[in-house]
Design a protein around this ligand. Structure first.
Ligand SMILES: NC(=O)c1ccc[n+]([C@@H]2O[C@H](COP(=O)([O-])OP(=O)(O)OC[C@H]3O[C@@H](n4cnc5c(N)ncnc54)[C@H](O)[C@@H]3O)[C@@H](O)[C@H]2O)c1
Length: 345
């Protein structure tokens, strides 16, 4: 099975690793960055690399795309002209109007890579909820924390495009809210029926961190990402964010995402508190088990195997099975909430 990979950065390389492990062949790689082209060519023995999707001269069975958020729309629309299944990155786009256009034009011929749903424990948590083991649900806490923007992380974010575009009002769809928060919304939709944004509790933008001297931005690269600019009509770049949501009409949910975590390098944490006890997952410590506390008892419940998104996509391309989710329709639902959060601040 032949795959064209568009965007040969960190996530593009991860897609290629996953898909080649499943026996797919990378027949082309697209990236305007020659260094990224050379690196990918070497790693995955790619017969053709180029700068534009439309220049790809051969046949493929599917296309996978991992480019910075603001380029999703342009690349996804170019890719549909090949009329092949698409493996697309989250968030779907930078605003709801674009998301709806993509939904109309791409339809069901794609999977959106909300990859936190590959955490097995998430589906065990869903099972626990369906079996009503926790009784009436009283509260939900959901967080996605990363630390790469802190001094302690010792990550060279100022020298790395992969981090720089995430802080750019031109390339990012809204900082940590779109980058990490979109995964959390997908998880909430897996676990519950309805998800409603209520209010922002705390927000911190990249600009505020710079102005308060908490981040020293001294890049040796030119400011091609317009990191320091405020661009009218674009969402701000959030780097630390907390909000209240309402789940299934009456369950309060506290929601947070951050690039400035003091505690976690990379962790998605979900805690669901019910009248009988609580269930908890922390993706940084254990992706397979749910910790369950009922009355005085404590146990770890192992999740059953799931079909990862990459395998689901391969099966979808082979027409062996229809994929369950995530569909573009779910991605639009998520975009609708992101729009409300990002454009109403
Ligand atoms: N699902 C997940 O868990 C997950 C994790 C990380 C990143 N992502 C998503 O993947 C996407 C890429 O993120 P990343 O971390 O790989 O960034 P990255 O900066 O490492 O890679 C992006 C690559 O796209 C290339 N590019 C830019 N314009 C292009 C174009 N027009 N055509 C082809 N390539 C182009 C860049 O040169 C770069 O090599 C983003 O949308 C991000 O949100 C998803």
């Amino acid at each position: 099975m032949k795959l064209l990979m568009v965007g040969l950065g960190s996530m593009g390389c991860y897609h290629m690793k996953k898909f080649t492990n499943l026996g797919m062949q990378i027949v082309g790689g697209v990236d305007p960055d020659i260094e990224k082209q050379n690196n990918a060519k070497k790693l995955y023995n790619i017969p053709w690399v180029g700068e534009k999707i439309e220049d790809f001269p051969f046949k493929m069975d599917a296309i996978s795309i991992a480019v910075p958020d603001s380029l999703h729309k342009e690349c996804y629309l170019k890719a549909i002209t090949f009329n092949k299944p698409l493996f697309l990155e989250k968030p779907l786009s930078c605003n709801l109007v674009d998301a709806l256009e993509l939904e109309e034009k791409i339809g069901d011929n794609c999977i959106i890579n909300y990859s936190k749903r590959n955490v097995i424990a998430l589906f065990e948590l869903k099972e626990i909820l369906e079996q009503k083991i926790l009784g009436k649900i009283k509260k939900v806490n959901i967080d996605y924390n990363q630390d790469w923007l802190t001094k302690e992380a010792k990550v060279e974010w100022m020298e790395n495009d992969r981090f720089l575009w995430r802080l750019s009002p031109i390339y990012s769809a809204g900082g940590c809210i779109a980058d990490l928060g979109s995964h959390l919304l997908d998880c909430l939709f897996i676990l519950f029926n309805t998800v409603e944004f209520k209010e922002t509790v705390f927000e911190r933008t990249f600009k505020e961190e710079l102005e308060d001297g908490l981040i020293n931005y001294k890049s040796t690269k030119e400011n091609k990402y317009h990191l320091l600019d405020y661009i009218s009509g674009k969402p701000k770049i959030y780097v630390d964010y907390r909000a209240n949501y309402l789940i299934d009409s009456n369950i309060p949910c506290s929601f947070s995402c951050s690039f400035l975590s003091k505690k976690y390098s990379e962790a998605m944490i979900i805690r669901i508190i019910g009248e009988n006890g609580e269930a908890f997952i922390d993706s940084s410590k254990d992706r397979n088990n749910v910790s369950l506390k009922i009355d005085e008892g404590f146990e770890k419940i192992k999740g059953s195997a799931i079909v990862p998104t990459y395998t689901q996509f391969k099966n979808f391309v082979e027409k062996k099975t229809q994929h369950d989710l995530p569909t573009i329709h779910r991605a639009v639902e998520i975009q609708q909430i992101l729009q409300e959060v990002l454009f109403c601040q």
